[in-house]
Design a protein around this ligand. Structure first.
Ligand SMILES: Nc1ncnc2c1ncn2[C@@H]1O[C@H](COP(=O)(O)OP(=O)(O)O)[C@@H](O)[C@H]1O
Ligand SMILES: [Mg+2]
Length: 375
C-alpha cells in the first residue's frame, strides 16, 4: 500500500531547534501531545511537518499504537473514500471482500493526513463528521461506526485561499485551524541551519563510515546565506552530497561555494524547462490520475480473475470473457505507453522529472521505456 505508512520508530521525541521559533514549536508539541485535539501543521515543503506529526504521536499516550500516514494527494479521487473509511463486501464492482479503511486501522493511534488541501470536497464532509464525533460509515454501509483516532493534518497550501476558491470547506477549515502549528521556512530561522548541518553530517558520516572532521571556518556561513527553497529536506540532501563528493576530512568554504553554484544552475535549468509546462500541467496531472486509477482497476481485474479461476467459477458464472482479456497490447497498455511518451516529451526526455510526474520510480520508468521500445 504505497499511500500508507505505519511507523513508530521514525520520530525522535522532539525536533532539532536552535531558533526561538522551533523551540516554541517543541513546546507546543509537548502541550498538545497529551491531549486528543486535532492539529493542523502548515509550512512549505521540507520544513519538517511530518516530523512534527511523528513527534506529537510519540510524545502522546498513543505512542505504542500505530501512526498511519495517508498522502491525500496521492490517492485517486474515485477510491479515496474507500481507502479512508473502508468498504463493505460487494459495495461496488471489485469490492470482493470487506476492507477496513485507514481510520479503522489507526484505532487508538494517530492518523496523519498529509496534503489535506487535496481532499475532494465530497470527502471533506465525511472527514468533518469523523473529526467532530469519531463517526463514519464504510462505503456501501449505512451503519455508523465509531473510532478512537487522533487526527493530525498537514498542508503546504494556503487553506484560506482554497476556502475562498471554494475548494476547501470553510467549516472544516475553522475546525482544523483551532490548533495550528506553522513551521517557518528554513531561510527565516538561520540559527537552525548550523545545528542541522552538524547533525546531518555526523549522522551520515557515521552511517556510511566516512571520515569527516567538520566544516572549515566560513563554510557554514555560506549555508546560512543560501535561500533553501526545499528547506530542511534540501539542506539534508546537500550535506550528504557534499560528504560524498568531497571525500574530504574537512569541508571548506570553497567546497560549498562550488557545489551550490553548480547545484543552483542545475535547478534553474529545470525551472526554465518546467515553465513551458504550465499550460498543460492540469491536463497532464488529470491524465496521470486517470492512468493510475486504470492501472489499479486492471490489477483488481486480474486479482478477481485469479480468484475466480482458483474457485473454478469462471465458466460456471458465464464470465469467461474475463479470461479472454488480452494480457498484452490491450488498450490500457497502449494508454500507458502513450502517457509515458507524452510525459517524457514534456520533460524533454528528463527521466527523473517524468518519473516524478508519473509517480513511479525512475527504475520502473526505465523498465517501461525498454518494455515499450521507447529508447
Ligand atoms: N528540525 C528538524 N530536525 C531534524 N530533522 C529535520 C527537522 N526538520 C526537518 N527534518 C528532516 O527534513 C526532512 C524533511 O522533513 P519532513 O517532515 O518530511 O518535511 P515536510 O513534511 O514538511 O515536507 C526529513 O528527513 C526530516 O527528518
Ligand atoms: Mg511531507
Amino acid at each position: 500500500m504505497q499511500n500508507l505508512e505505519v511507523n513508530n520508530q521514525l520520530a525522535p521525541n522532539l525536533l532539532i531547534s536552535k531558533s526561538s521559533e522551533m523551540q516554541e514549536i517543541n513546546n507546543v508539541i509537548k502541550q498538545v501531545a497529551i491531549t486528543d485535539i486535532a492539529v493542523l501543521i502548515t509550512g512549505e515543503s521540507g520544513v519538517g511537518k511530518e516530523l512534527v506529526a511523528h513527534a506529537i504521536h510519540s510524545n502522546s499516550s498513543r505512542s505504542k499504537k500505530p501512526i498511519i500516514t495517508v498522502n491525500c494527494g496521492a490517492i485517486p479521487e474515485g477510491i479515496i473514500e474507500s481507502e479512508l473509511f473502508g468498504h463493505e463486501k460487494g459495495s461496488f464492482t471489485g469490492a470482493i471482500e470487506l476492507r477496513k479503511g485507514y481510520f479503522e486501522l489507526a484505532e487508538n493511534g494517530t492518523i496523519f493526513l498529509d496534503e489535506i488541501g487535496e481532499l475532494p470536497l465530497s470527502t471533506q464532509v465525511k472527514f468533518l463528521r469523523i473529526l467532530e464525533n469519531g463517526e463514519f460509515m464504510r462505503v456501501g454501509s449505512s451503519l455508523p461506526k465509531k473510532v478512537n483516532v487522533r487526527v493530525i493534518a498537514a498542508t503546504n497550501k494556503n487553506l484560506q485561499t482554497l476556502v475562498s476558491n471554494k475548494l476547501f470547506r470553510a467549516d472544516l477549515f475553522y475546525r482544523l485551524r483551532t490548533v495550528n502549528i506553522h513551521i517557518p521556512p528554513l531561510r527565516e530561522r538561520v540559527e537552525d541551519i548550523i545545528e542541522l548541518a552538524n547533525k546531518f553530517s555526523a549522522d551520515f558520516s557515521i552511517r556510511n563510515k566516512i571520515t569527516f572532521t567538520g566544516f572549515a571556518d566560513g563554510a557554514l556561513e555560506i549555508l546560512k546565506e543560501y535561500y533553501w527553497p526545499g528547506n530542511v529536506r534540501e539542506l539534508k540532501n546537500v550535506i550528504e552530497s557534499l560528504l560524498v563528493i568531497n571525500h574530504a576530512n574537512l569541508i571548506s568554504q570553497s567546497d560549498i561555494e562550488n557545489f551550490l553554484k553548480k547545484y543552483e544552475s542545475q535547478n534553474s535549468l529545470e525551472t526554465e524547462r518546467g515553465l513551458q509546462l504550465y499550460p498543460i500541467k492540469n491536463e497532464l496531472e488529470e491524465r496521470v490520475l486517470i492512468y493510475r486509477a486504470l492501472v489499479d482497476l486492471k490489477n483488481d481485474i486480474y486479482e478477481i480473475k485469479n480468484i475466480l479461476k482458483d474457485k473454478n467459477l469462471v465458466s460456471q458464472n458465464g464470465v469467461e470473457n474475463l479470461t479472454a482479456l488480452p494480457a498484452h497490447n490491450c488498450s490500457l497498455d497502449e494508454m500507458e505507453r502513450k502517457l509515458i511518451t507524452e510525459t517524457l516529451e514534456n520533460f524533454h526526455g528528463n527521466r527523473r522529472l517524468a518519473s516524478k510526474k508519473l509517480k513511479i520510480s525512475e527504475r520502473t520508468l526505465y523498465r517501461k521505456i525498454k518494455e515499450y521500445g521507447l529508447l
